[in-house]
Design a protein around this ligand. Structure first.
Ligand SMILES: Cc1ncc(COP(=O)(O)O)c(C=O)c1O
Length: 408
């Protein structure tokens, strides 16, 4: 039962029996977080951590971008107040992101945006909005997807319906199955899509496939919610936003959850943005009223620091140019490591055709555990690994161990 009147967005269901805190059931540990603990506990100096989802450079570090340091210095010198900004956060920040994400739709006044605590905050707000408008909406979620999607959807008590997305053994998108599943949607149901650099598979929709998805979403009256957390890590800022922009061109109602945590390398600073499009400026303003209210209930207003720095970078032509250079360096490293792994063995060739930080190796959970035990190589049991989780000096050893495991 999902009755909006009874829906307390931040409340866990308490059922009828009053219980003491001591009665709480333990929560199973998040497997990716648990993996970080295992890596840290391994004393072997040559261990390889391709589990955690952060960009690492050739030396194996996740440095703060030089341009971010410049922006932080400028913020320190110029910021004269830390007074509240309001639920929308830094409005100029959201304005500056519009051309980057929305492209030719940046001037469309039926699209409104607001700063959120990371991509997670944007996803949560987007689903809150859906649950407010239609608590019976079902959310079509690809399998596999980023493991935090289902919990965020469940938190607002919307029902998840899986759609097949990827065939690991074949390294192919199950496109016909995906379309068939979306065709079973009812008007008002939601299609959750990855804008680019699909996590965990690296398998992105082609432009023709996007056209087909857009057509299906339009015909069925589904609301697309596009999660774009890695813009600029695949082919470039504009090509990575192809799907978002095509959807905006074709559909009246679109929600986009954007993260700047990866492409500005500010993971812990929690920098994101939610964009909402409806059929009219007035309806969008009303929808944003609901979004502001949800934000106010959950975090009142987003943290300022990271978004303030992104604002400084994007508002200054020199800093913006510097950011583009550093973003390209991250993208180039991802794609060159991909090519290096792909060329090592025909069974790994698919990695060179995929995008972003993640791909899935055709390994069983047993093979993954053996790699951990015998080779100190840590990845998710699904075989998902972070292409740039290792430094340059570790790549050959990683490739050799994976080939050994596949031969296994
Ligand atoms: C697909 C996807 N969406 C959203 C996020 C959330 O990003 P953030 O750290 O900005 O909340 C991530 C982070 O790993 C992700 O992989």
């Amino acid at each position: 039962m999902r009755d909006s009147a009874n829906r307390g967005p931040m409340l866990t269901r308490t059922d009828t029996r009053a219980r003491a805190l001591a009665d709480l059931e333990p929560v199973p540990e998040d497997s990716l977080i648990a993996l970080i603990g295992l890596v840290n506990a391994d004393p072997r100096p040559d261990k390889i951590d391709v589990g955690v989802g952060v960009f690492r450079d050739g030396a194996g570090n996740t440095p703060i971008l030089k341009v971010m340091k410049d922006a932080e210095r400028r913020l320190l010198e110029t910021q004269d107040s830390k007074a509240y900004l309001g639920s929308a956060g830094d409005k100029r920040y959201a304005e500056l992101l519009r051309p980057i994400l929305l492209g030719e739709h940046a001037g469309d006044d039926r699209i409104a945006g607001l700063q959120t605590p990371g991509g997670c905050g944007a996803l949560r707000l987007g689903f809150e909005l859906i649950a407010t408008v239609n608590p019976r909406a079902r959310v079509f979620l690809g399998t596999p997807s980023w493991p935090n999607h289902a919990p965020i959807i469940n938190a607002v008590r919307l029902e998840c319906v899986d759609y097949p997305y990827y065939e690991t053994g074949q390294a192919t998108i199950r496109f016909e199955d995906m379309i068939a599943a979306l065709e079973s949607g009812e008007p008002g149901d939601v299609a959750l899509l990855h804008g680019c650099c699909h996590n965990p598979t690296g398998a992105d929709l082609s432009e023709d496939q996007w056209r087909e998805v857009v057509r299906t979403v339009g015909e069925r009256g589904l609301i697309p919610l596009i999660d774009i957390a890695y813009q600029g890590f695949g082919r470039g800022l504009d090509p990575d936003a192809f799907g978002v922009r095509l959807m905006l061109q074709a559909c009246d109602e679109v929600i986009v959850a954007q993260s700047c945590d990866k492409n500005f390398s500010v993971y812990r600073d929690r920098v994101g943005c939610l964009f909402v499009k409806t059929g009219s400026k007035t309806a969008t303003q009303t929808a944003m009223g609901h979004v502001f209210q949800s934000a106010r209930e959950m975090w009142s207003m987003p943290p300022d620091h990271g978004a303030a720095c992104v604002h400084i970078i994007l508002d200054d032509p020199r800093l913006r140019a510097d950011w583009l250079v550093e973003l390209k360096a991250m993208r180039d490293r991802i794609n060159s490591v991909r090519r290096r792994i792909a060329s090592a063995d025909p069974r790994l060739a698919f990695i060179g055709r995929q995008f972003g930080m993640f791909s899935m190796l055709p390994l069983s959970p047993e093979q993954v555990l053996k790699l951990r035990r015998d080779r100190a190589i840590y990845m998710a049991e699904s075989g998902r690994f972070n292409v740039v989780g290792m430094g340059d000096g570790q790549i050959d050893r990683f490739i050799a161990a994976v080939i050994e495991a596949m031969d296994g």
